[in-house]
Ligand binder design. Structure first.
Ligand code: GDP
Ligand code: MN
Length: 377
């Protein structure tokens, strides 16, 4: 799960990481009012769950409240990488002397959290990694101890290159790690962490991603979820107990089991097609799940054919077949549906599916995938 910058900054503030004060608004007139309260130049910042807002024109400085109104009206409603801007953060503008990058992520290969820093902040870390990899400092963390004070100071010194500034910066690095650890984040990033011309150290941007599997432990964080900004299909799928990830192809896939779903997508690619989604209907196959899966896939207008690939174990093929019969009866399905069912109660399933002559049956996975690709063309 991702949260907006203003939400991440609320958590930063709770952990003692200094952030400039700010207000979130949804209209240009409220932006003007918020800027008037600040009484200084402000930055108007699009609140979207995608990065690179600055480059997209979603971060603008405004010297007066009237200018804040104008900038907010430009940014609100803007499309940034497919997401419509519905909220802007009005935050005190600061004079930047130096932009720094610092983040905590999980290094899966090292099986440890990793603190990364670069003295070239404000630039995407992927760009630094490519163009100036030696600028990136890395400190691996033993989760039993957290970030040792000496390690935080050494990193801070390398980033700030100033003994006086290294102290508050080391403090921020330790607090960022504590936050990352306590909220079960998968990423905690400050880009840029700035030194202002009056020598304050502040987090100007804040990015937090949470480990979805740990959210159960954090109902307060789950409440920060912005359903408006998330993919509608993915939200519905989560509510129906399905795992769904939208992709960019045209072959809709309904599969039981994550492994088989991956293998199915691989095979679609292998035969020259493009999967429109990953969808695992899970172990049980209540007919309602099949209907829900189909209606989620059908919301995507680029889908041109639907492929059911079911390996019946705990999932019973006849249940899936009943789900398909119900779906065809309830929904006005115009797209071709290819069905390959094998395993538990396969014979019964075939018998049931005879009621739906519109279905394209397939015996093997290869045959089903090839048919679905041909029908999507
Ligand atoms: P991002 O593009 O989505 O990462 O958004 P950021 O919050 O990082 O803002 C992008 C850039 O805008 C920063 O790297 C800064 O250079 C600039 N910026 C943001 N806030 C301020 C500010 O208060 N003062 C000044 N001068 N620049 C700012
Ligand atoms: Mn940033």
């Amino acid at each position: 799960m991702k949260v907006h910058e203003y939400q991440a900054k609320e958590l930063f503030a709770r952990y003692g990481i200094p952030v400039p004060p700010g207000t979130v608004v949804t209209s240009a007139s409220d932006a003007e009012a918020a800027a008037a309260t600040v009484g200084k130049p402000v930055v108007v910042k699009a609140q979207v769950l995608v990065g690179g807002r600055g480059k997209a024109g979603g971060v603008k400085i405004a010297k007066t409240p009237a200018e804040a109104r104008e900038k907010a009206s430009q940014i609100l409603g803007m499309d940034i990488k497919g997401e419509t801007v519905k909220k802007v953060l009005i935050t005190e503008a600061v004079d930047i002397a130096h932009e720094i990058y610092v983040a905590v992520i999980m290094d899966r290969r090292a099986q440890k959290p990793l603190v990364m820093g670069s003295a070239d902040g404000g630039v995407e870390i992927e760009v630094t990694a490519k163009e100036n990899p030696s600028a990136i400092q890395r400190v691996w963390v033993d989760p039993l101890y957290g970030v040792h004070p000496f390690a935080a100071r050494r990193l801070a010194m390398a980033l700030a290159r100033d003994a006086e500034l290294a102290k508050p910066m080391a403090d921020i690095i330790q607090k960022l790690y504590t936050l990352y650890d306590e909220v079960d984040a998968s990423l905690a990033e400050i880009n840029p962490l700035v030194v202002t011309t009056d020598r304050r150290v502040l987090a100007l941007d804040a990015k937090l991603n949470f480990d979805d599997n740990a959210l159960e432990r954090h109902p307060d964080l789950e409440a920060m979820r912005d359903l408006d900004a998330e993919d509608e299909g993915e939200v519905r799928a989560r509510n129906e107990g399905l795992s769904f990830v939208r992709l960019s192809g045209n072959v809709g896939c309904v599969v039981n089991g994550a492994g088989l779903a991956m293998a199915t997508m691989d095979l679609v690619k292998h035969y020259g097609g493009q999967p429109a989604n990953f969808l695992d209907i899970g172990g049980s196959s209540r007919p309602e799940k099949v209907v829900a899966a189909l209606s989620i896939i059908l919301q995507d207008t680029s889908v041109k054919s639907i492929l059911f690939n079911i390996f019946g174990g705990i999932t019973r093929c006849d249940d899936v077949a009943r789900g398909l019969v119900t779906a065809f009866a309830q929904m006005n399905l115009k797209l071709p549906v290819v069905v390959r069912l094998t395993g538990t109660n396969e014979k019964e399933a075939r018998e049931i599916l005879r009621q739906v002559p519109a279905i394209h049956p397939a015996e093997t996975m290869d045959e089903a995938v090839k048919k679905a690709i041909a029908l999507a063309a």
